[in-house]
Unconditional design. Structure first.
Ligand SMILES: *Cc1c(COP(=O)(O)O)cnc(C)c1O
Length: 249
């Protein structure tokens, strides 16, 4: 994926050797599990975090450690308290799916700072483009400071290319080298690469996509409030609503 990898590197201001392309960022999450997790090692994530973290971790036989959530969001203090010598990967979704909660820059940076250097921290930024808040971090800017940090991004959400399957990871080149050793050599097809390359720096397209989401979110929140239903304020392109009945009922 030479052209796309080069463009992504330029987009984020990192060398191409930091980039790992995936068949969706899900593919990159799976590579991370395959490289860093195995039986006896611990995979740590929050209650209500993205469903793929336990799936990919279970598939490679790792021990799952689930930190209790606070107000449906990641409780970084609770997560930090659960890190042990065996913790190989900590997963954070910012914003998170399915809760729509997000973490601000300062507490997230303090958390990453406190994680041992031999524990991988994954910050999954699938919904990054939707967040307008000034205190929201672009974690790719911190890659130079933390060699154990992996950021994942996707073209599936604001870029609208989910069915083409294209995402990527950014990390220290040594970490990217390990991920690329388990990556299937032809994991990203040429149509997906061409589409991602065309969309990447098309600011007008992204702005229109995000504006459509903002308008839809306002409409949805208004309707949900009118119906008197509880919901979790969302930083993503979806809303978690309490329909007032038990799951499965
Ligand atoms: C959608 C999503 C992904 C992965 O999407 P891909 O289509 O595989 O790129 C990753 N993380 C979160 C939190 C998501 O919601």
């Amino acid at each position: 994926a030479y052209a796309l990898r080069t463009a992504l590197a330029g987009h984020h201001g990192v060398p191409p050797s930091c980039v790992t392309v995936g068949n969706g960022s899900n593919d990159v999450l799976d590579m991370i599990a395959r490289v860093f997790l195995w039986p006896g090692r611990e995979s740590l994530f929050s209650q209500y975090a993205f469903a793929v973290y336990p799936l990919s971790s279970t598939a490679v036989g790792a021990t799952l450690r689930v930190a209790p959530a606070a107000d449906f969001g990641h409780d970084l203090a609770a997560m930090q308290a659960m890190i042990t010598d065996l913790t190989a990967v900590v997963w954070i979704a910012n914003p998170n799916n399915p809760t729509g909660t997000r973490l601000k820059a300062a507490p997230l940076k303090a958390f990453i700072e406190a994680v041992p250097a031999n524990t991988i921290v994954v910050v999954d930024e699938a919904y990054f483009e939707y967040v307008h808040a000034k205190d929201h971090p672009d974690v790719s800017q911190w890659l130079g400071e933390y060699s154990n940090l992996i950021v994942t991004r996707t073209f599936s959400k604001a870029y609208g290319l989910a069915a083409l399957r294209i995402g990527y990871g950014l990390s220290h080149p040594d970490v990217a080298d390990l991920l690329n050793r388990v990556r299937q050599p032809f994991n990203v097809d040429s149509f997906a690469q061409a589409a991602a390359l065309a969309a990447l720096d098309d600011r007008d397209y992204i702005q229109r996509s995000v504006a459509a989401n903002d308008a839809g979110m306002r409409q949805l929140v208004k309707g949900v409030e009118r119906l008197g239903l509880d919901y979790i304020p969302s930083s993503g392109n979806f809303l978690a609503i309490d329909l007032g009945r038990d799951a499965g009922a």
